[in-house]
Design a binder for this molecule. Structure first.
Ligand code: CA
Ligand code: CA
Length: 165
């Protein structure tokens, strides 16, 4: 049985809380659909219900934190893969949260991230310093990985400054 450090548990609780928009301690189908849309992973309501069914051990149509932790425990112990299904959603959501933490109070939806990526690809395409990063795929996780690279952030600030003058 896999166990988690306090820090890991807090991270997962933060991921769960970010999905539980109305903070009633359940992630329902509407909330999960919104999470998927923000991540650019939404396909259909059937997909949403399938994801809930995957983790909904007590069959109430909602995801409790205990059910949520069951799946991340299974992933940690190797009993389940995070390459697809609910585990994959959790993985992507955790990345999204890390980005939120990184940029302070701001949170970005997938649409904003896509617009951001397009903006970069357009404005920075002739910047030789950034050749190795370009083009940026308009998916949140790739953009975040690349923003972690200080070069890109530096260019953003420079670009902002030059635009404001
Ligand atoms: Ca809720
Ligand atoms: Ca449940």
């Amino acid at each position: 049985m896999a166990s988690f450090t306090k820090a890991e548990e807090a991270e997962y609780k933060a991921a769960f809380d970010s999905m539980d928009v109305d903070h009633d301690q359940f992630v329902d189908a509407i909330e999960l659909a919104q999470v998927l849309k923000n991540l650019g992973m939404y396909q259909s309501d059937a997909q949403v219900h399938q994801l809930i069914a995957e983790v909904d051990a007590n069959k109430n149509g909602l995801v409790e934190f205990s059910e949520f932790m069951k799946i991340v425990t299974d992933i940690k112990s190797g009993a389940k893969s995070d390459a697809s299904g609910f585990g994959h959603v959790v993985k992507e959501q955790k990345k999204m949260i890390q980005v939120k933490g990184m940029v302070g109070q701001h949170s970005f939806s997938q649409e904003e991230m896509s617009a951001f990526a397009e903006h970069f690809n357009h404005c920075m395409r002739n910047d030789p310093d950034l050749d190795y990063l370009m083009p940026i795929d308009a998916s949140a996780s790739q953009l975040c990985d690349k923003v972690h690279d200080g070069v890109l952030l530096g260019q953003v600030h420079q670009h902002r400054r030059s635009r404001n003058h």
